[in-house]
Design a protein around this ligand. Structure first.
Ligand SMILES: [Mg+2]
Length: 350
């Protein structure tokens, strides 16, 4: 994991800006019919064929959003695409194109950027999206990656945050909290490595949660599943900052309250074990951890039979009138207000 392999190093200045873009994007192919013109003109051309276009963007900064001492560049490229596609799927849209811009210091050789773009290419091929543009520039320190994702949907298919109604069921895909604890394990091993560079960490017991941190998957499959089940959520959001903050976004946009049941929150067994090892409450991690990139949505009660028992979906609560507030019903059956703390607050607490 922390091995610094002997690699050949080609200086970026050998290529020049246009040579660099051409070199990094030469393996990318166009997959979407809607991509009329990709890289190679002043601007890309996208044919939305009467569908509505959704656009979202995220900026990732070294030292703030990622740590290259344990984040392989290929994974970073993949994850930078995932965090954007996740926002497109949260609109119930199909992701179709991305642009990628990077600012990079001269401490990175060409081979490092090739790794980064290999991860971006892998994400494009698995999720069937086209890279249609971007920019590269130099930075005085570190690496910045900005990804913009485009997606399309029929106007009536789009789902926003503001459609939840009293009585709707609150549903989440997958399981929560693993990515945050994966990061805690990686941070711990980094400290061990600093003291003893010969230490070989056994990360096998943490494989799932580390993968959730380093190589998350956007839930394209859930959007497709809901379509197949003929369930249109009444509101939806992706979980990037932790369950509580996303629930608050949904409820505030929809002007509703919520009852969230602690015992229903889906947790992976490995996450539960690691929380015990770190002596940290697993519910707190699920509520405030973040970076899960699962989908959180509400459905009409009439759709309950369709989602019931599906292994990818869990009903974790229901929507209430706004005046009832946003509340967590604990395992001890007490009601406590849901507050947004996010992972920053969670770290301050330690
Ligand atoms: Mg989002």
């Amino acid at each position: 994991m922390f091995d610094n392999k002997d690699q050949s190093r080609t200086s970026l200045s050998d290529l020049g800006e246009f040579g660099l873009i051409n070199h990094l994007t030469q393996n990318f192919t166009i997959r979407q019919n809607s991509t009329v013109k990709g890289i190679g003109d002043d601007a890309a051309i996208v044919n939305t064929e009467g569908k509505q276009l959704v656009v979202t963007t995220d900026l990732l900064v070294e030292g703030v959003h990622f740590d290259l001492s344990f984040m392989p560049l290929k994974h970073l490229g993949y994850k930078a695409v995932m965090v954007n596609l996740s926002d497109v799927y949260a609109m119930n849209a199909e992701a179709t194109q991305i642009t990628v811009s990077i600012a990079v210091s001269n401490r990175f050789p060409l081979e490092a950027l090739e790794e980064l773009y290999a991860g971006i290419e892998l994400a494009c091929s698995i999720y069937n999206v086209d890279l249609i543009g971007g920019d590269t520039t130099s930075s005085t320190k570190g690496l910045l990656i900005s990804v913009t994702a485009l997606g399309t949907a029929e106007p009536e298919a789009l789902v926003k945050r503001d459609g939840a109604k009293d009585g709707d069921l609150l549903v989440v895909s997958g399981d929560l909290g693993a990515s945050y604890m994966g990061l805690q394990v990686l941070e711990r091993e980094k400290q061990v490595y600093k003291v003893n560079p010969n230490a070989q960490p056994d990360l096998e017991p943490y494989s799932y949660i580390i993968e959730r941190q380093l190589k998350p998957e956007a839930r394209k499959d859930i959007v497709e599943l809901l379509k197949k089940m003929e369930v249109k959520p009444t509101s939806m959001i992706d979980i990037s900052d932790g369950l509580s903050s996303e629930i608050i976004h949904l409820c505030k946009s929809s002007k509703t309250g919520v009852r969230l049941y602690e015992d229903k929150i889906p947790l992976d067994p490995q996450l539960i074990n690691v929380c015990e090892e770190f002596e940290i409450d697993s519910t707190t991690v699920a509520l405030s951890g973040g970076e899960d990139y699962e989908l959180l949505f509400t459905i009409n009660q009439d759709d309950y039979e369709k989602v019931k028992g599906n292994p990818h979906l869990t009903v974790i609560g229901h929507i209430t009138p706004e005046s009832d507030g946003m509340n967590l019903i604990t395992r001890a059956n007490t009601s406590i207000p849901i507050v947004a703390r996010g992972w920053n607050a969670l770290q301050d607490e330690e």
